[in-house]
Design a protein around this ligand. Structure first.
Ligand code: DX5
Ligand code: ZN
Length: 216
């Protein structure tokens, strides 16, 4: 069974508490932080993560789509993040960025844009709790998945197994009830879904269907 991480980017921020309660069947909550520089969109900061922390006891998965994330990882950890993910493309000293997160007792992830090869992680993979494979170009919810992501997930899963690691592979972007099985079959075990869950008539059913994703 996969872990489901609804992305609150597709929630109604005027009713965030209620929307969080509506997805409380999911194991994780995915928080998309955008700075208008790394990606062409602005979203939220540590204050909202603090508010999420007050309204749920779920595992908070913070996806930082920001330049120079080292300046802010501590603030997100203090706000209550359980896992902080930085983008490889935003970190010239990726090993240092990962260590800084872990030194504060938080789990650490690295995200890869669609064009970034998984080999960029060759010398840090053993340090990671999670690799986030972007299946769309980051910045917006509701986009369609990019097919080239599937061989990347498979290669990463093979490498994680070869090394005997328990690193999660999370996929993010365009994950829906009807295609979730393809990501799981390729080797992902954490599925982010924003519009697929929040846009569903029955959110609980959508979460259950994504979690149980199987080839039709
Ligand atoms: C995109 C974000 C995603 C987004 C996914 O930049 O990282 O987490 O919310 O949204 P959907 O599931 O609608 O593609
Ligand atoms: Zn995300």
């Amino acid at each position: 069974m996969a872990i489901v991480a609804p992305s609150i980017l597709s929630a109604d921020f005027a009713r965030l508490g209620e929307d969080l309660a509506s997805v409380s069947d999911a194991e994780w909550v995915h928080v998309d932080v955008m700075d208008g520089r790394f990606v062409p969109n602005l979203t939220i900061g540590p204050l909202v993560v603090e508010a999420v922390r007050r309204s749920t006891d779920k595992f908070i998965d913070c996806h930082l789509m920001i330049v120079e994330p080292d300046h802010y990882t501590g603030a997100f950890i203090d706000a209550g993040a359980d896992l902080v993910t930085v983008h490889a493309e935003a970190c010239p000293h990726l090993h240092r960025s990962i260590q800084a997160i872990k030194a504060r007792g938080c789990k650490a992830g690295v995200a890869l844009n669609p064009h970034t090869p998984e080999s960029i992680l060759d010398y840090v993979l053993d340090e990671l709790d999670l690799v986030l494979v972007m299946s769309v170009n980051p910045g917006f919810g509701g986009q369609s998945l990019i097919e080239a992501v599937f061989p990347k997930i498979s290669r990463l899963r093979a490498e994680i197994e070869r090394r005997g690691l328990s690193t999660h592979i999370e996929v993010d972007g365009g994950v829906k009830v009807d295609n979730a099985w393809r990501f799981v079959e390729a080797g992902a075990d954490v599925l982010v879904s924003g519009s697929g869950v929040f846009g569903a008539k029955d959110r609980r059913a959508a979460i259950a269907a994504v979690r149980a994703a199987a080839r039709p």
